[in-house]
Write a protein that binds this ligand. Structure first.
Ligand SMILES: [Zn+2]
Ligand SMILES: [Zn+2]
Length: 329
């Protein structure tokens, strides 16, 4: 996952990716890097400032605001509504629709998920899908952008704080480049992210309670929401490749976790997802907590989504049986 970046498709001129790796020439930088073992020359300053800044504000300014002015349930409601709108836009839109094409969606769903998905500050769908498809293809290997074998921190946030090297090619989203809506979102990702991610909650707060409401809207519905949402997504790449069960395959590190699914709109069933990435469900069992699959199904009943792809039951059962057999043996 990435925060918003400027990029020309094919050129991948982003805030996060570096040019050729060069040693730091500045002796001060070298000594600093030596002491703290931080690769100064690879720090993504813009992305790091955003991620650390919003995190620090959430831990300081948000509780201070609540302490001084008390909890206003309007701000809590704005936080919950925007968290749901943005979260589902990432899981249903960015992930299951655009990255994996597990179903088809009508214009209102596509437009909504592109606009509110931008508010997560996880970059354009074009960039997100490129990284994510590469993650699936090369999972647990060097070419995987959030390769868990490089450690929990790298998979969680390190790959964003420091530039990836070598620069990943931008060659796996040709289908998305043909989509005019996707390209429109890609061109305007910065302004969309700021307007919907921060502008909308600030404005609703202002309309509710003037400048004080605007500050609360910005801090709670804007900053805190982005931090909660981003770390939810980061946990898929880190915790869901570390903690949980592997009922369908042991070919990669991905794991199923009900606990993680609770915080990630149902994305915690990651072992199933890696084994059967073209299924619109992540929690494939009817009782598993996967609100994203329920929403896709409800939208299909309303005629807004169609062609929901499911892996046949017998294939799922045989994957489980094969694994049980190999464990007994
Ligand atoms: Zn995926
Ligand atoms: Zn994964």
């Amino acid at each position: 996952m990435r925060t918003a970046a400027a990029c020309t498709p094919g050129k991948r001129k982003t805030l996060f990716l570096d040019g050729p790796r060069e040693p730091a020439d500045d002796p001060a930088q070298n000594s600093c890097a030596l002491i703290f073992r931080i690769p100064i020359n690879r720090i993504n300053w813009t992305t790091s400032s955003f991620l650390i800044g919003t995190f620090v504000l959430t831990l300081t300014a948000v509780p201070l605001y609540l302490w001084h002015f008390g909890i206003d349930w309007f701000h809590v409601a704005v936080f919950a509504v925007l968290l749901a709108a943005t979260g589902f836009s990432v899981t249903l839109g960015y992930h299951r629709l655009f990255s994996h094409m597990t179903f088809r969606a009508k214009l209102p769903v596509r437009l909504f998920t592109l606009i509110f998905g931008a508010a997560a500050f996880e970059n354009s769908v074009l960039m997100w899908a490129s990284d994510h498809r590469r993650h699936h293809k090369h999972v647990d290997h060097d070419e995987d952008p959030y390769d868990i074998s490089k450690g929990f921190f790298h998979a969680h946030i390190g790959w964003l704080l420091f530039k990836l090297w070598p620069q990943p090619p931008f060659d796996n989203v040709a289908d998305l480049k043909k989509d005019p809506l996707v390209m429109w979102q890609h061109r305007h990702i910065h302004s969309l992210a700021v307007l919907v991610g921060f502008g909308l909650p600030t404005l609703t707060g202002f309309l509710w309670d003037g400048w004080l409401g605007a500050l609360g809207g910005f801090l709670i519905g804007g900053v805190a929401k982005v931090v909660v949402l981003q770390h939810g997504t980061f946990l898929i790449n880190s915790a869901c490749h570390t903690i949980g069960r592997r009922p369908y395959s042991t070919r990669c590190s991905a794991r199923d976790s009900f606990f993680m699914a609770l915080f990630t709109f149902g994305e915690g069933y990651h072992n199933y997802h890696h084994e059967f990435q073209h299924d619109y469900r992540n929690g494939v069992k009817p009782w598993q907590w996967d609100p994203t699959k329920w929403l896709i199904w409800i939208l299909s009943k309303l005629g807004l989504t169609s062609g929901l792809r499911r892996v046949p039951q017998e294939i799922i059962y045989s994957a489980q049986a094969r694994l049980r057999g190999s464990r007994k043996g």
